[in-house]
Structure formats: structure tokens, C-alpha cells
Write a protein that binds this ligand. Structure first.
Ligand code: HEM
Length: 123
């Protein structure tokens, strides 16, 4: 009986160690999915989405399709529309006049993320 108890305990801890080591070595499923499904978007493709009803913006290295959000944006359309199809990090970070967007705006922005902006590597 004591032997059975000892071997069951040993097997239990062995499984715990294998599971722990495996989870450290093998990335979580959703992390792998993000790596596989992340879309790389070239500046030329970004530039093809420069219309109010088809508006992509690159902000902090990510590309966002903000077409659905633009009608809700609180500023005049002329403030945001020129940034469609372009790298707009500075405009976003300063709202064109030195003030950053709120944390809520950042959360909203994240919902519209569609991929990563491809940048040329310096030679
Ligand atoms: C990149 C070009 C953009 C410019 C130049 C810009 C500029 C502005 C301006 C002038 C205001 C109103 C005045 C103010 O609150 O100070 C504003 C407010 C706001 N914008 Fe933008 N915006 C841009 C893009 C975006 C994007 C892509 C989102 C989200 C998807 C967004 C979300 C918001 C929100 C939620 C507000 C309300 C105030 C806040 O939470 O900071 N904006 N923006």
C-alpha cells in the first residue's frame, strides 16, 4: 500500500514538472495564433486605403482599419481624414496640437488593429 502511495505521488509530481516545463518551452496557443495570423502590411498597401469609407492608419507600428470609427470621431472630419492611408503616429499622439489621446482612445484604437506595418530594414 505504501509503495502504491509513493509511486502515485512520484507520478503526480513528474506530471506537474513535465506540464510546467512544457508550458515554458511551448508558447501559449493564442500567442502562436497571433504570430501565424498577424498580417504584414506594406506602406504601398496602406496608401491604397486613403478614403473616408476605406481608411487605414499606421500608428505605433500597427495598421488600423478605422473606417467604421471615423463617423464617430469627435473632431471635424478635416482633422483626421488627411491621415487615412498614412503613417499617423505623431498626429495620433499629439491630436495635431500637442495633446495625447486618452487611454480609452488607445483601447478603441486597438480594436481596429488589422496588422503590422512593414518597414524597410536599413542597409
Ligand atoms: C491620427 C489622426 C487623429 C487625429 C489628428 C485626431 C485628433 C483628435 C482631436 C482633435 C480630437 C478632439 C479634441 C480633443 O479631444 O482634444 C480627438 C478626440 C478623440 N479621438 Fe482622435 N484623432 C486621430 C485619430 C483617432 C483614432 C484613430 C481614434 C480611435 C480609433 C481616435 C479616437 C479619439 C477619441 C476616443 C477622442 C475623444 C477624446 C479622447 O479620448 O482622447 N482618434 N482626436
Amino acid at each position: 500500500m505504501r509503495r502504491l502511495y509513493l509511486s502515485a505521488t512520484a507520478v503526480f509530481w513528474l506530471l506537474v514538472i513535465v506540464y510546467w516545463a512544457g508550458s515554458r518551452w511551448w508558447p501559449a496557443v493564442d500567442e502562436r495564433a497571433a504570430v501565424i495570423t498577424d498580417r504584414m502590411i506594406a506602406p504601398a498597401e496602406l496608401a491604397r486605403h486613403a478614403l473616408p469609407e476605406d481608411c487605414w492608419m499606421a500608428i505605433r507600428g500597427s495598421v488600423h482599419d478605422v473606417s467604421a470609427y471615423l463617423p464617430e470621431h469627435p473632431s471635424r472630419p478635416s482633422v483626421v481624414l488627411p491621415w487615412c492611408g498614412r503613417e499617423a503616429t505623431e498626429a495620433y499622439d499629439t491630436k495635431n496640437k500637442g495633446r495625447p489621446h486618452s487611454a480609452q482612445a488607445d483601447e478603441l484604437l486597438a480594436r481596429y488593429r488589422i496588422g503590422t506595418l512593414l518597414v524597410d530594414k536599413p542597409r
